[in-house]
Design a protein around this ligand. Structure first.
Ligand code: GUN
Length: 277
């Protein structure tokens, strides 16, 4: 029997909590989102973020640019947002158009307004075992979900598939910081199936079906499916199909809702940061 790690349920619980906290705040946080280009999925994600923020009582603005925006224009906008006291959190929606150097843009965000925890200042702290202002949203959501279901991490073998800066690398580091034994797998990994066989926890963030009926998994295996993609027929699919682990974070309804819950948590945490010192 597989227990579903229900991201929607936990998201709703987090939102309820956040809403009552925000209702008591005389001044609210303001999240600024930069959306550059015309990626249709990005537009949907950004609209969702804005709607969620508004529902909770977080102010939000979306600043849109066409796909031929220059790196300098984005950098100057971020500098303006950094200097604006009313703006308490900044997010640059990824991916950016190809001609733009993502690191230059992201690293312009002040670390104390970096709601994604993606600047080198914040990720450097994470990798040094220090506390960043906030943790990246998807990895944070994954750990909140595992904790909600009391899944033990200490001493467990966690296999992370995918090495992106957004998910794979930070989630591996966060699992390591919680004393898991972490194996990182990626497109050049040989014998992925042999490694999966030994996993207590699998986190798959690839965007194609990499775990399926051909895989042998441990009896008490926990699988977190982060990948989401549409196949040729337009159907939404995850990285994991036709396996029956002890616990499964499914697509949809697992990590997706937790990512947005974490974004809202991070927005409030950044706003309260100085005030709670
Ligand atoms: N694109 C897909 N997921 C994310 C995310 O968590 N943050 C940002 N900034 N862009 C994304």
């Amino acid at each position: 029997m597989t227990t579903i790690l229900d991201g929607k349920k936990l998201r709703d619980k987090i939102f309820e909590n956040l809403k009552s906290k925000l209702d008591k705040m005389p001044v609210k946080p303001t999240l600024a989102v930069i959306l550059a280009g015309d990626d249709p999925s990005s537009r949907i994600y950004v609209n969702n973020k804005k709607k969620c923020a508004e529902k909770l009582g977080i102010n939000s603005i979306v600043i849109e640019y066409p796909s031929d925006v220059t790196e300098q224009e984005l950098i100057e906008k971020i500098q303006e947002l950094n200097a604006d006291e009313k703006i308490t959190a900044i997010l640059v929606q990824l991916p950016l158009p190809e001609h733009i150097n993502k690191s230059n843009v992201i690293n312009t965000i002040l670390p104390q307004k970096d709601v994604d925890g993606l600047t080198t200042a914040n990720s450097g702290k994470l990798f040094a075992g220090e506390k960043p202002y906030v943790y990246p949203c998807t990895p944070k959501g994954i750990l909140l979900l595992l904790d909600e279901y009391n899944i033990e991490l200490d001493g467990k073998h966690a296999v992370v598939i995918g090495r992106s800066n957004l998910v794979g690398k930070p989630v591996a580091q966060m699992l390591l910081n919680r004393n898991a034994t972490v194996t990182m797998c990626h497109s050049h990994t040989k014998n992925l199936a042999d490694i999966i066989k030994t996993a207590d926890i699998v986190v798959s963030a690839v965007g194609k079906n990499v775990v399926g009926e051909k895989n042998i998994i441990k009896n008490n295996c926990v699988i977190v499916d982060v990948g989401i993609f549409r196949d040729e027929s337009g159907k939404v699919r995850g990285d994991v199909e036709k396996v029956s682990p002890a616990y499964l974070s499914p697509v949809p309804g697992g990590v997706g809702p937790m990512t947005i819950a974490s974004l809202m948590l991070n927005t409030v945490e950044l706003f309260l940061f100085d005030k709670t010192l």
